[in-house]
Design a protein around this ligand. Structure first.
Ligand SMILES: Nc1ncnc2c1ncn2[C@@H]1O[C@H](COP(=O)(O)OP(=O)(O)O)[C@@H](O)[C@H]1O
Ligand SMILES: [Mg+2]
Length: 301
């Protein structure tokens, strides 16, 4: 069987993760138990997860230049991930993000550099001419993390027009989210997602997406159950109780794994259950990739 193919659009960063006994107080010095520098950002983490599961991933993102672009590019190559760079030929520099993980509960606190305001390339329906021929045509599943909507809007519309299922990773409300929503088949949001001017409750979020014609919606809530909405049917997916070591990117892992399963069979609940189990496993080790190595090393019975 051919591997599932998924197009991932959105943000790429280099994350420097400090694993700390507790979050430092102001004006103190702390020593981390572990340090790890690895590419991150919702779309890239999801694409890496999809590749680790055996899928073929294409990333459309801004990587550009600057001191952090090279390690990002070599990681993309290591995962055999094709990149269409929105920052090619611009002054954009890949962002370096600082992540403080509290070893006590795995929580992550993130500091981003200032938001870059320089212009990026806009991609239209002819984008397929720019990707390696081996990639093929428009895939059945496309995920957007809500970054770079302005630059990728025409491309997203062309994918939807060609019959692709568009999936939103709704970490938070972003400029352009309202433009993207009418095109969506699935919205998987974090509990911080709220529509401006509307209540932040799950019911209000479900009702708003339903109004826009989105058939499938889920709200992930960390260690709590996932709230789900399938064309009017509400259900929950329980989250297994584990000792969380690092929850950075848990949502991204869930989105990448959901795409992998949904691209093979468009069964919302089934794909989400499998993805949730993988996301929980990813919280039990440091970084967003170690779960796959541990899975591979587990003896098969
Ligand atoms: N502490 C945890 N224990 C077990 N599973 C978790 C934990 N935190 C996250 N997960 C898994 O990862 C999914 C996404 O996590 P969440 O924290 O909602 O996303 P985000 O990465 O956006 O903060 C959850 O629905 C769950 O399946
Ligand atoms: Mg979380």
């Amino acid at each position: 069987m051919n591997p599932p193919r998924v197009l991932f659009l959105g943000r790429t960063t280099l994350d420097v993760l400090y694993w700390l006994d507790s979050l430092p107080a102001e004006d103190t010095k702390a020593y981390a138990r572990h340090l790890q520098a690895a590419p991150g950002g919702p779309a890239l983490n999801a694409a890496i997860t999809h590749s680790l599961l055996g899928g073929k991933s294409l990333l459309i993102s801004a990587v550009g230049g600057g001191p952090w672009a090279a390690p990002i590019r070599s990681e993309l190559e290591r995962h055999n991930l094709d990149l269409l760079d929105l920052a090619a030929g611009t002054a954009y520099e890949a962002p370096l993000c600082t992540v403080l993980v509290n070893a006590a509960n795995g929580s992550r606190t993130i500091v981003n550099p200032p938001i870059s305001t320089g212009p990026l390339r806009h991609l239209g329906p002819a984008w397929t001419a720019e990707v390696p021929a081996s990639w093929g045509d428009i895939p059945a599943v496309v995920l957007s993390d809500g970054f770079f909507i302005e630059e990728t809007w025409a491309l997203l519309a062309s994918c939807e027009n060609a019959g692709a299922a568009l999936i939103l990773d709704g970490g938070s409300w972003k400029p352009g989210t309202e433009q993207l929503v009418p095109l969506l088949t699935v919205a998987i949001c974090g509990e911080r997602f709220a529509v401006p001017g509307h209540a932040a409750s799950p019911d209000a979020v479900f009702a708003w997406f339903a109004d826009q014609g989105v058939p499938y919606v889920a709200i992930t809530r960390g260690a709590q159950s996932i709230l789900c909405w399938d064309r009017g049917r509400r259900f929950e997916i329980e989250t297994a109780k584990v000792e969380a070591k690092d929850t950075l990117g848990a949502g991204d892992v869930l989105h990448g794994a959901f795409c992998f399963h949904f691209a093979q069979e468009p069964d919302f609940e089934g794909a989400l259950r499998k993805a949730a189990a993988i996301a929980t496993r990813s919280c039990q080790s440091l970084g967003v990739q170690a779960w796959a190595k541990q899975t591979a090393e587990q003896p098969t019975r």
